[in-house]
Design a protein around this ligand. Structure first.
Ligand SMILES: [Zn+2]
Length: 81
């Protein structure tokens, strides 16, 4: 009976240590996910005036009216319309 009790305590202790390690890993992972989400939010998306595709602001091509385009081709296409 006492041996069984000791066995359960041991299993519980090992389980607790594993759980702590697991929780730490999950916390670290969720923190890094939040960080990547934040960096994504820092990059606003703009809509191409010709085809309507969303592109990151820094990747967009702008004309003299500050209208965003996904590519130089679409910028030229929009002007000819
Ligand atoms: Zn486009």
């Amino acid at each position: 009976m006492i041996v069984r009790l000791l066995f359960f305590i041991l299993v519980f202790a090992i389980g607790w240590v594993i759980y702590r390690q697991f929780a730490k890993t999950i916390m670290a992972k969720s923190k890094s996910v939040k960080k990547t989400k934040d960096t994504n939010h820092e990059e606003p998306m703009v809509k191409c005036a010709t085809c309507g595709t969303f592109i990151p602001k820094s990747h967009a091509v702008y004309d003299h009216n500050q209208t965003p385009f996904c590519s130089v081709e679409h910028k030229l296409e929009h002007k000819s319309q």
